[in-house]
Design a protein around this ligand. Sequence first.
Ligand SMILES: [Zn+2]
Length: 336
Amino acid sequence: MSEFLASNHTQDIYADALVWDAHAGIFPDPKIDLGVLSEWRENGATYVSINVGFDVMDWQQTLATLAAYRRWLLIHNDCFMLAGSVEEILCCKRDDKLAVSFDIEGMNALNGDINMVALYHSLGVRQMLFAYNLNNAAAGGCHDTDIGLTRFGFEIVREMNRVGMIVDCSHASYKTTMDIMAESTAPVVFSHSNPAEICEHQRNINDDQIKACAQTGGVIGINGMGIFLGDNDVSNKTLLQHICYVTELVGVEHVGFGFDFSPGIDVDIGAILKSRPDFWPAGQRYDTPGIKHASPSQLPDLVEGLLDRRFSESEIRGFLGENFCRVAAVAWQHKT
Ligand SMILES: [Zn+2]
């Protein structure tokens, strides 16, 4: 647990709350040692979604990463579980295991083939994003010309609704997100995006997007990356500012966490990042030295801050996990 000496009330709330991190920032690579997931388990998380691919890499690498991560989780089933349903996540809470499922950041992983959606679902992918910063065959990215969903993109929304995957708008362009939210028949999320009104950045989202997401019954996951929170400031004071902004705009049912956090990993990812700098364009503060991340270890202290701000115990449980869990309970239902 955190070094922070939380009050008894905070400890009580945190200890039996469902704690849901809608997106971790662990680099997707078959060579990654998923022992880093202990960071979530030791800090009281119940569930985390980790990405197995993003548009920077080809689809074969996504499958290789899936294969390696699935095997690791199945071998380490004493402390972790590859969870595919809300019921399994609740069992993990009871059994003191960390529930894990997968997400994919961008539709290049489909290789232009709609049949891949159901295949990924069968392998444990429960959330997919449409683009990773740049445009692709399905959608517009947030750092590119603002196009809407393509015909293929609309087809994917319907297929994700059908197979039971959470439709995720983070990293996509404004028009694309508005198209997705109009098309989806299940609640839609921004798994790791912050209000641009608090921190201006192309990765952040405006009030229209936040309102449209809430109208679907969805949730905005507050991102813990310093350059999306403010001036590389990951303090709980700043996190509270983002949480309060979204709750005041659309209500307490529509806020959660997607910290985008990664503990240090021992795989050199510099080469792939340097090979495609266009995914992280100049002027968007990606070159900030020593970018910081808020981490799950801050959550007990954050609960204290939320109590000070007069949020109720049930509202805080919503932020910690029940809001995202409500979306999963609907979105993960197979439709046909
Ligand atoms: Zn991301």
